[in-house]
Design a protein around this ligand. Structure first.
Ligand code: ADP
Length: 250
C-alpha cells in the first residue's frame, strides 16, 4: 500500500515557475476523517499546493494520490472534482439571484452522480439532506432568502453547504474566515468542529486564533518555501524555533 491508507498522499512534489520552486519536494498526507490545518507565511506555497491537488497546476515531479488508486497528476480539474475533491475558494461564489434553498438544490443537481432530469423533484431523502445542511450552516429559517442578501459570512457557509451537498470525500477550504466578523469566525469554528471526523478536510488559514480553535488535538502543518517546515499539534508547532523564526524573524 503506497498511500498508507491516506485520503490524500503527496510525495516529493515540486512545482516550478520559470525555475523558481513554489513547491519544493513537498511530502504530506491526510488521513481519512482528518481535519488538517495548513498554515505558513505568504508565498509559502499553500495556494500552489491546492492547485496541484485540484489539477489546476501540474507538478514538475512527485506523486499525488487521492485514496489508494487515483493519481491526481494524470487527471483534469474536472475529473478530480467529480472524483470527490471539493474546493472552496476565498471569495464566496453563490448564485445571488437564487434563494438559499435553491442554491443547495442546484448544488445537488450539479452532482454528476445524481441523474439529471428536466422536472427534477426532490425526494423526501433529498429534502432531509437539505434540512440537515441548512442546520449545519446556520441558515435554518433563511431558506427563502435570496443568497445575494446574505452577509459575507452566511455566503461562505452557504458555499460550504453547497460543497457538502455533493458529498465530497475531501474538502479543501481556502481561508474560510477571511473577511468574517469575530462572531462569524467563532460560528465557523463550531461548524468545522461539527464536521470533524465525518469528512476529510484541509483548511488553509491565516487566522491563528481560528486555527487554534479548530486544530484542537489534531495536526497542523506549517509550510515554508514550498515544503513542510513543521508538523504537529498547534502547541508543538507554535513552540518550534524554526516556526517562530519564520513568523517573527522578519
Ligand atoms: P501562498 O498561498 O502560501 O501565499 P503561493 O502558492 O500563492 O503561496 O505562492 C508560492 C510562491 O510561488 C510565491 O513566491 C509566488 O509568488 C509564486 N507563484 C505562485 N504562482 C505563480 C505563478 N503562476 N507564476 C510565478 N510565480 C508564482
Amino acid at each position: 500500500d503506497t498511500t498508507h491508507g491516506a485520503i490524500l498522499y503527496l510525495e516529493d512534489i515540486t512545482v516550478s515557475f520559470d525555475g523558481f520552486k513554489a513547491i519544493n519536494k513537498l511530502t504530506l498526507d491526510i488521513s481519512v476523517g482528518e481535519l488538517r490545518c495548513i498554515i505558513g507565511p505568504n508565498g509559502a506555497g499553500k495556494t500552489t499546493m491546492m492547485d496541484v491537488i485540484t489539477g489546476k497546476t501540474r507538478p514538475a515531479s512527485g506523486t499525488a494520490f487521492f485514496g489508494q488508486t487515483i493519481d491526481l497528476t494524470r487527471m483534469t480539474e474536472y475529473e478530480i472534482a467529480h472524483a470527490g475533491i471539493g474546493r472552496k475558494f476565498q471569495r464566496p461564489t453563490v448564485f445571488e439571484q437564487h434563494t438559499v434553498f435553491e442554491n443547495l438544490e442546484l448544488a445537488m443537481k450539479m452532482d454528476k452522480r445524481v441523474k439529471p432530469t428536466l422536472f427534477f423533484r426532490l425526494t423526501t431523502e433529498q429534502k432531509g439532506k437539505i434540512d440537515e445542511i441548512l442546520k449545519l450552516i446556520r441558515l435554518t429559517g433563511q431558506e427563502s432568502r435570496l443568497a445575494g442578501l446574505l452577509s459575507h459570512g452566511q455566503k461562505q457557509w452557504l458555499e460550504i453547504g453547497m460543497l457538502l451537498m455533493q458529498e465530497p470525500q475531501l474538502l479543501l477550504l481556502d481561508e474560510p474566515v477571511a473577511g468574517m466578523s469575530d462572531a462569524e469566525t467563532a460560528r465557523t469554528a463550531e461548524l468545522l468542529n461539527e464536521l470533524r471526523g465525518k469528512h476529510s478536510i484541509m483548511v488553509v488559514e491565516h487566522d491563528m486564533a481560528f486555527v487554534t480553535e479548530i486544530a484542537q488535538e489534531g495536526k497542523v502543518t506549517v509550510l515554508h518555501e514550498g515544503s513542510v517546515l513543521a508538523e504537529g499539534t498547534m502547541q508543538q508547532v507554535q513552540s518550534d524555533e524554526r516556526v517562530i523564526e519564520v513568523y517573527l524573524g522578519r
